[in-house]
Design a protein around this ligand. Structure first.
Ligand SMILES: Nc1ncnc2c1ncn2[C@@H]1O[C@H](COP(=O)(O)OP(=O)(O)OP(=O)(O)O)[C@@H](O)[C@H]1O
Ligand SMILES: Nc1ncnc2c1ncn2[C@@H]1O[C@H](COP(=O)(O)OP(=O)(O)OP(=O)(O)O)[C@@H](O)[C@H]1O
Ligand SMILES: [Mg+2]
Ligand SMILES: [Mg+2]
Lengths: 225, 225
């Protein structure tokens, strides 16, 4: 469970003060399939980073499994993320010198998962996102949408409790995007994996069980269906 | 006018041979508003780079205004691009140490456009893409969709004859994307600016006067409407 209480994230100060996230209080429960939607610049990525412990709030509290992250050391937050959270970045953030397989495998290495189990999971993931046979390519040898899918596979590979995905279908055609969403919906229903998306994609919105609308940093609407 | 004749672009060789673009012959006429569509990995970005002279074909000919680029020096191709082509990259490729304004202004500097004219054009562009007041921010101080719009503004700023845009709305919400497309449609109709998009976005497809479908590197359908 991840909880934010009156969380704010401001950048700059005085004349240049930017209120990227303004007084957001939400609770993410296990098993959710939630989409955060809103205009470009409304604070979706910033909120997702706060929820994932990748950024610290200017004010307010973020709780990971009941513990205020302000009371956790950098190492403790890092361990929590490694063991419980998978993050798909809007710009993918793949490691350029590693192959797709190595990028996907990386997190499981950090988690101490054994070699054979790791390699098997990597192959499963490549298949799930439709990239079989492309595993040995480096990111710059892949198309934009293929890189995006490596980033998604990397987040899912260690079967984390919660996946925070920042616009994971932005560079995918309709058919590939739908296939990916079906995989995620399936993981959500069979493994109770929580998914929180920041997205502009109608296909994700229509599959979401909860829609959080943002505008100018604030949550203006939070509907469960 | 940009023309490709039986153009191929292959990567690797032997076992690892990838036919990214296979025997494509198309002519881009002035004033077109064309969308290249197809599944992730089908060759859209690769074709766009070949058309823009940013990449060399493995075989076949690319002609820029009647001249085979194989007969042009690197400097001549570079000058042609600077003077006639605006490119929006799928990953934006903004210069991290420059502000949004400086990123947009850069090409006009290279073209020797005078200071006051440049600065005025930069402000017009920022306004056209909905980023007024964000000009002094650096890319890492902007949201994904805001960075994308800086990349678009940069391509349009020098009023090139032709704009090659690789998924320019991928990270934009519907409303912002439509506003951007209306701006492009307007430039196309009032300035006869040619637009060739690589896209997965239905909104671009519906506005296009020509749809080029790609699959596995080949053009499988080329319809004008
Ligand atoms: N340097 C490279 N080495 C090997 N294969 C490559 C290289 N660059 C691209 N490819 C392959 O060429 C094919 C076409 O890539 P391209 O980037 O043009 O696709 P695309 O249609 O733009 O896809 P997307 O919609 O995902 O952006 C892909 O299968 C890709 O993996
Ligand atoms: N380092 C920074 N300094 C100043 N402002 C920032 C910084 N980072 C982000 N912002 C601003 O915070 C606001 C929210 O950004 P965020 O990336 O969360 O938006 P978003 O909803 O994800 O947008 P998009 O849909 O375009 O990805 C934006 O207006 C952005 O310009
Ligand atoms: Mg974002
Ligand atoms: Mg592409």
């Amino acid at each position: 469970v991840i909880k934010t209480m009156e969380v704010c994230r401001y950048f700059g100060e005085g004349e240049t003060l930017v209120k990227a996230v303004e007084q957001v209080s939400i609770t993410i429960e296990p098993g959710e399939f939630t989409a955060i939607i809103g205009p470009s610049g409304s604070g979706k990525s910033t909120l997702l980073h706060l929820v994932g412990g990748l950024d610290n709030p200017t004010s307010g509290v973020v709780e990971l499994s009941g513990t205020n992250i302000a009371n956790m050391s950098g190492a403790q937050i890092s361990d929590f993320r490694r063991d419980h959270i998978g993050f798909v970045f809007q710009a993918y953030n793949l490691i350029p010198v590693l192959s797709a397989e190595e990028n996907i495998e990386y997190i499981m290495l950090l988690q101490g998962i054994a070699g054979p189990a790791r390699r098997q999971r990597v192959q499963e993931m490549l298949e799930l996102v439709g990239l079989n046979d492309l595993g040995s390519r480096r990111p710059n040898q892949l198309s934009g949408g293929q890189q995006q899918r490596v980033a998604v596979a990397r987040a899912m590979a260690s079967h984390p409790d919660i996946i925070l995905a920042d616009e994971p279908t932005a560079n995918l055609d309709s058919k590939t995007g739908i296939a990916l969403l079906d995989v995620m919906k399936d993981l959500n229903e069979t493994h109770n994996m929580t998914f929180v998306f920041s997205t502009h994609d109608e296909k994700i919105m229509s599959r979401a069980s909860r829609l959080i609308h943002m505008e100018d940093g604030a949550v203006v609407h939070d509907e469960r269906r």
